[in-house]
Ligand binder design. Sequence first.
Ligand SMILES: Cc1cc2nc3c(=O)[nH]c(=O)nc-3n(C[C@H](O)[C@H](O)[C@H](O)COP(=O)(O)OP(=O)(O)OC[C@H]3O[C@@H](n4cnc5c(N)ncnc54)[C@H](O)[C@@H]3O)c2cc1C
Length: 436
Amino acid sequence: MKKILVAGAGHGGLTAAVHLSKNGYDVTVIEAKEKNDLGHDWHDSMNMSAFDMSGIPRPTKEMYIASKAQSFRNPAGTVRIDLPFINNDEGFYIDRKVLIAYLIECAEAAGVKFLFSHKILAPITKNNKVLGLKITDGKFETKLEADLVIDAAGLNSPVRKNLPISCGVQRTIEQRDVYHVFRAYYKNTTGEVTNPPVTINMFHMNRPGIDWTITEEDFVDVLIGKFGSAGVLTEKEVEETLKKFRQDYPFISEETVRGGQFADIPLTKMLPMLVCDGYAAVGDSAGMTIPLNGSGIVLSMKAGRLLADTVLKTKGSYSKKELWSYQYEYFQRLGKELILISTLKNFFTYVDAKQVDLLTEREILTADNLNIYNGFPLTAELVGKMLGTVPHLMNLIPHLLGSFKGYPLLPLVSKAMPKEYDEERVKAWAKLYSKL
Ligand SMILES: Cc1cc2nc3c(=O)[nH]c(=O)nc-3n(C[C@H](O)[C@H](O)[C@H](O)COP(=O)(O)OP(=O)(O)OC[C@H]3O[C@@H](n4cnc5c(N)ncnc54)[C@H](O)[C@@H]3O)c2cc1C
């Protein structure tokens, strides 16, 4: 029986584990945390398409709560942009602990084994092939062998970071492609709820990135964020922002109800190589988020299913040649759509709060192009508008051109991607892709 190790109980790894175990593979998930400690201490937005495509049964109604209406505010507070709100069960908020517990329950029911409270130290490799994982329970180190390692260990995966350079997988995700956040729920002292409940503040406190408040009768969910291009989010910045939020919303108390952690999210397009011999990355480890807001749950789960489908079709050597079809399918079906968003994010790292004010006041940034859950249907038009109609933003033109210079290559990159693995053609493709 083929042995598969899943590094980290990430969403995509768990999804792949369910399908592989159901199909007779010997699958073990190695997770650093205790079972009860898994999942962030807050709710996240996602949608049913993740379950439908991944083949995991939809969660029951009591497991999630309804989506909420959102509005964006510009840095000066002069413009409020309300996003269209559709209240149905397709999009929802789910407690991350509930979601992870559910995915683990599905995996256990499918026969997946778990080693909780075991930290992965590094992959075991020989001649560019991943042969297993070196792990520890805090006292003893153990070597586990596998036919395939699925890397679902997130942004700072110790597996990806320690692959031999010659494997061709990017080992680190650059600081400028990381979003630093702090998130906590504070007690709502009066029960007042804003209308709409979700307020997303662009370049709040002149800091590149977004902050949000989501008001509920019992608590206020506060997220404070900063693009990595502007440095690491500091405790002082968090304190100052909380102070400002408490001036604007006096009902936000000092009492933390949940969360209160700093965390990092990759904001990048898919990494150029997701596979090598005996190895495949999925989820945050592979750069699979929406590169402007960091939503990665849906993409991770869908990718987990694509990976499992590829593994099921292979002859069992799990060479990069066999696993390439997973990367091909992910890119063609999901990843390529996100490239424009990634370049837009790169552009936003050059913009300052005053320029965001101009872009909103002149209605260049509107509800249509801020609604990333609609897949940014107007992003290309947005770029055109910025380039063509804003002479007062002249100093941004070089950055716009710089950020989007690779954009015309997109159809070419998509077409040039070899469907079957061929070392030279894949290398040439990855080089072209990296230019986007
Ligand atoms: C504040 C915040 C808000 C977010 N909001 C949303 C949202 O609303 N919607 C959305 O879709 N996404 C959201 N995201 C992004 C989302 O969390 C990720 O994109 C998503 O979790 C996919 O990541 P993953 O499953 O690949 O890995 P992760 O969720 O990072 O899981 C990796 C797992 O690997 C384990 N691990 C790591 N290192 C080791 C090791 N050495 N040994 C063993 N195990 C290890 C970790 O403990 C963890 O369980 C948010 C993220 C943050 C931080």
